[in-house]
Design a protein around this ligand. Structure first.
Ligand code: GLY
Length: 421
């Protein structure tokens, strides 16, 4: 099978490495990729937001399967265009991708499916902002009502900070979503979904804030681990049966059945699990941890999902133990990152590239905010964590920063799940 992966992050690097382990995958292509993916797959430039360009490339490469990593091409209908050309494509249609692309659509689907989620309001004018803020708090959750790669979210107890963020979004012409705060530890549950067939992967947790101890602004994700040693027994089955399956069924009922990876983000609070968000693609950096443990051939799974036969692949095989991912970010991230710094020590197989580019003279330089991820594995979470930080110690990036506490609270047994299950 000839597989083309669309995207350029560490998530796509992880997808490529897992696809390479599948004996049924004979050729791997990546577009546009980065300095790391170029070592695993034949690389091609493409505008990932251009459905015709991606489709033409898939045809030219005689791809048997196209795997779309990021949300932007999915929301713009790239999967529809590829499928219309008769090529199997892993990724939802433009209509189904609204589960991530339109907060209003996602809330409507969840309400119809009877799924618990945060109460929310859209604010689209500064004139309505203060009254709306008064209806929320004492924690304010302020989101950009569009695709913002995690960085458009501010969660704060400071009303002035919430107001400043909302006002700046509105000033930039972005409607604001205010949400009630959901308490409890968060879980990222990735599910392969083919209509009403739902196959969960290992549950993971990511670290969204930039600093140790969950401090500082939100980012696209600074680290992740899987599985979750603190997860209550039966948690995955409960979340799949009571949330993901009803949502998948509701999408089918609306004529936009989901095909691809449905990312369900939960908060396990005192009142029970509630959905924080749905995304229409693999999460980053959780994918790096989850796929490091997958033993079932990934190409076969993604092809089955794309072609409507996922129901024949419900028993997945996982390596024992755990995986921990730590993200190395560029100076000033999540603000405007400094780029062009030379990276060294990033050749190891456990280093997954994101914002990197190879220079003609042979160096690799930073080219984005999240520069790379290191993935450690081990017999348990503590060993995986040690492995990840040992690998990170080999990597050098001037001005680079990473969190030193990924998975630390889970290893220390400090995460507890309150409330009814
Ligand atoms: N880890 C957060 C995301 O992928 O959106």
């Amino acid at each position: 099978m000839r597989v083309l992966v669309i995207g350029s992050g560490a998530r796509e690097h992880a997808l490529l490495l897992a696809l390479r382990r599948d004996p049924g995958v004979t050729e791997l292509f990546c577009a546009p990729g980065n300095a790391g993916t170029a070592r695993v797959a034949e690389q091609h430039p493409v505008d990932v937001a251009d459905p015709e360009a991606v489709t033409a490339m898939a045809r030219r490469l005689a791809a048997d399967l196209v795997v779309i990593g990021p949300e932007v091409p999915l929301v713009l209908g790239v999967a529809d265009a590829v499928r219309a050309a008769g090529i199997a494509c892993f990724g939802p249609s433009r209509q189904a991708a609204r589960i991530e692309g339109s907060k209003a659509f996602a809330k409507d689907v969840m309400a119809a499916a009877g799924v618990r989620t945060a109460h929310s309001e859209i604010v689209d004018s500064p004139a309505n902002l203060d009254a709306a803020l008064d209806r929320f708090g004492p924690h304010w959750v302020v989101k950009d009502d569009g695709l913002a790669a995690g960085k458009g979210v501010v969660v704060t107890e400071d009303r002035d900070a919430a107001r400043r963020h909302a006002a700046s979004l509105l000033e930039d012409g972005h409607p604001v979503l205010l949400e009630s705060y959901l308490d409890g530890p968060e879980v990222s549950l990735f599910c392969l979904v083919d209509g009403e067939t739902v196959v969960p992967l290992l549950p993971a947790q990511d670290a969204k804030r930039v600093g140790d101890g969950d401090t500082g602004p939100n980012t696209g994700g600074m680290g992740a681990y899987a599985p979750l040693p603190w997860a209550p027994e039966g948690m995955v089955e409960d979340l799949v049966e009571n949330t993901v399956k009803p949502v998948a069924a509701e999408l089918v009922r609306r004529g936009c059945g989901f095909s691809g990876l449905l990312y369900a983000g939960f908060a396990l609070g005192a009142a029970g699990p509630a959905v924080v968000e749905f995304n229409c693609r693999f999460g980053d950096p959780e994918t790096q941890s989850v796929l490091a443990l997958l033993r079932t051939p990934l190409g076969e799974l993604l092809h089955a999902t794309a072609t409507g036969s996922l129901a024949e692949h419900t028993d997945l095989e996982w390596a024992p133990g755990a995986a921990v991912t730590v993200v190395l970010a560029a100076e000033n991230y999540p603000g405007k990152p400094r780029t062009g710094d030379v990276i060294s020590g990033a050749d190891d197989e456990g280093v997954l590239h994101a914002g990197t580019v190879a220079r003609p003279e042979g160096t690799v330089v930073s080219a984005g905010g999240r520069v790379l991820s290191v993935v450690g594995t081990g017999a348990d979470l503590a060993a995986a964590r040690e492995d990840a930080y040992r690998r990170m110690a080999q990597v050098h990036l001037p001005g680079g920063h990473y969190r030193s506490d990924i998975a630390a609270r889970a290893v220390a047994g400090e995460i507890t799940v309150p409330g009814p299950r």
